[in-house]
Design a protein around this ligand. Sequence first.
Ligand SMILES: *Cc1c(COP(=O)(O)O)cnc(C)c1O
Length: 400
Amino acid sequence: MYIYPDASAVVRDLSPDEPVILNRPHAAARAARFFAEKFPGKSLYAVKANPSPDLLRVLWDSGITHYDVASIAEVRLVRSVLPEAVLCFMHPVKTSSAIAEAYRVHGVRTFSLDSHEELDKIVAATSDETGEPAADLRLCVRLRVSSEFAELSLASKFGIDLADAAPLLQATRQVADWLGVCFHVGSQAMTPFAYVQALERVRAAIADASVVIDMVDVGGGFPSIYPGMEPPPLEDYFDIIHRHFYALPIAYNAELWCEPGRALCAEYNSLIVRVEKRRGAELFINDGAYGALYDAAHVGWRFPVRCLSDERDEVEENFSFYGPTCDDADFMEGPFALPVDIGAGDYVEIGMLGAYGAAMRTAFNGFGQGASVDVADEPMASLYRGDRPVLTSDNVVSLR
Ligand SMILES: *Cc1c(COP(=O)(O)O)cnc(C)c1O
């Protein structure tokens, strides 16, 4: 496959009518090696953040051996791409048929749950023909924790309340060969303190239940870097998690896991869009809410942007974007800083779209068919390069 030097070279070569996804395998590999080497435990890739088979192979080649899958389609996908990967089915609400297929056909042994009903379902779906329960289940009880330090909450949907956790941990211990506790602090956790608070809840749950715990999984939530969102170094997160993990009342050989999605893949993709029309400070571009820019539209996420036309003014002003569909919701407020004289026909690169961006594209309204190519240059920002670039935009994040 041809590797372009950068987005401008892609535009020169293809003058694309459709948006183009740019892949940066080197950036994903660097993130994977960082977690594989520096996280003081095992790092599972949360596949939903970006299920691209090419990306899965890059992560595997860079030391990520375990994958957090949430649906039977993700189980089948990762198994087909990475036959030797360890798959962990970490969605706490699964169908019986998905559990059975994952266990019997794809070798999945690790499942998460947050209710007695789900525990019963897992036991039933993995028992043998005589009704004998499986002896090799590795089960993780998901605790509900606060999302107050994260930009996107995952707190209200899943996880058992601390007050109800002890009986579930005890019941799970009865049937599990190996028992874990997991949680998710919410996505883009802007301070390591999010994990401290959650681990305190884990401590209370374990103390209440008095069961032997073989694994603690601190979930995802590790941040990436966006305009207005500059997190502390990931090493700070790892250090704090490690210290609080060690202080837990758990088996001496207990394992520490994490499930990064965003942090492993945010830098993997950017997107080339074309301005089709300008109306004052609004640019009509050819991708949007139903494409790779879901978060820009629906949660006001700010992504870094740069104009790919050399001859435009260096002075910038703030723009908002309209996507291509015939729908007012296809609007991205930004602000996105671009040259004051930008106009129809200009191309723009939108960065940091590897997590929950490239994966979100739909074919709604006939859009979303664009190509994807590899590029060799650096992502617009990186948590892994050692030199934290200062993002050029002076705008303050406007998350709702
Ligand atoms: C989405 C998800 C993740 C990944 O979260 P990020 O914030 O992208 O790191 C990890 N674990 C579970 C259970 C998830 O649902």
